[in-house]
Design a protein around this ligand. Structure first.
Ligand code: 4NP
Length: 170
C-alpha cells in the first residue's frame, strides 16, 4: 500500500476543566475552528471532559455560549466526566489549571499516560498567564478573558502539533 493510500491515524486532542461546561467545551469549539482553518479536520479530532461529573449531559453554560457566539463559535458539546479510557483514546490531554492538572495526573497509571497531560497555558503565544481562570462565579469579563486565552493557546497547540507531526499531517 502506498503512503497516499494508507489511512492516516487521527491525532486526538482532549480538553479538560472542572465542570466541562465553561472552559473545556469552549476550548474544544475554538480548537475545532482552528483545525478547520488549517484544513486539518480529517486528521485532528477534538473533545472535552470534566474532572467532575456535576454537569453530566448538560450543554455548555449559557454565558460561555453567548460570548462564544459573538465571536462566531458554536459551543454545543454536552458535558461528560473524564474516564480512564481517555488516556488510551487521546494523544494529548490539555488541562486548564493546576487543580485539573493534579486531578488528571493522579489518575495516570504510567509514564505514557502522564506524558500526554499538558497545561493549556504552556501554549500561549501572545498572553502570559499560568492558568485559564475559572469564570463560573465571575463576571462577563472573565468569559471574555477565557476566550482570549483559549484562542491564543489553541493557535499555539496547532503550531506545535504541525511541527511535531509534520509527516502525518502532510
Ligand atoms: P468549568 O467551570 O470548569 O470551566 O466548566 C465550572 C463549572 C461549574 C462549576 C465550577 C466551574 N461548578 O462549581 O458547578
Amino acid at each position: 500500500m502506498s503512503s497516499t493510500e494508507r489511512k492516516k491515524k487521527k491525532i486526538r486532542l482532549l480538553f479538560v476543566c472542572l465542570g466541562n461546561i465553561c472552559r473545556s467545551p469552549a476550548a474544544e469549539g475554538v480548537m475545532a475552528t482552528v483545525v478547520e482553518k488549517y484544513g486539518l479536520q480529517d486528521l485532528i479530532e477534538v473533545d472535552s471532559a470534566g474532572t467532575s461529573g456535576w454537569h453530566e449531559g448538560e450543554l455548555p453554560d449559557e454565558r460561555i455560549r453567548i460570548h462564544g457566539e459573538r465571536r462566531g463559535y458554536v459551543f454545543d458539546s454536552p458535558a461528560r466526566k473524564f474516564r480512564d479510557s481517555d488516556f488510551k483514546d487521546f494523544d494529548y490531554i490539555f488541562v486548564m489549571d493546576r487543580q485539573n492538572l493534579s486531578n488528571i495526573l493522579s489518575l495516570a497509571t504510567d509514564k505514557e499516560q502522564t506524558n500526554k497531560i499538558h497545561l493549556m497555558t504552556e501554549y500561549l503565544q501572545q498572553y502570559v498567564h499560568d492558568h485559564i481562570p475559572d469564570p463560573y462565579y465571575g463576571e462577563a469579563s472573565g468569559f471574555e478573558l477565557v476566550l482570549d486565552l483559549l484562542e491564543d493557546a489553541c493557535e499555539g497547540i496547532l503550531q506545535t502539533i504541525k511541527k511535531k507531526h509534520h509527516s502525518e499531517l502532510t
